[in-house]
Design a protein around this ligand. Structure first.
Ligand SMILES: [Zn+2]
Length: 85
């Protein structure tokens, strides 16, 4: 698995880019649970490492990094990931 440096990941998140908080990859695999209209249940996972990076559960899709804009270090990111999992 290819991984960007912590500094690159941190910078991307701070700039509001939707990258994977674990490896820094921009690519996402979108999984539609096909629950049927009008229900919406979509999961986004990192295409590189498989980390869950967001989705929608009868709401507007939200990317995981949107709640990480204020982090200062990779430690903060890891802590937030632990809460989310
Ligand atoms: Zn990843």
């Amino acid at each position: 698995m290819k991984k960007k440096s912590n500094r690159v990941i941190l910078n991307r998140i701070k700039k509001g880019k939707f990258c994977c908080p674990v490896c820094g990859d921009y690519r996402m695999r979108i999984y539609d649970h096909q629950v049927g209209y009008p229900e919406i249940w979509v999961d986004w996972n990192c295409k590189n490492c498989g980390q869950w990076v967001g989705g929608a559960d009868n709401s507007l899709p939200v990317h995981i990094t949107e709640s990480m804009r204020d982090v200062r270090s990779m430690k903060d990111i890891r802590r937030m990931l632990e809460i989310l999992v």
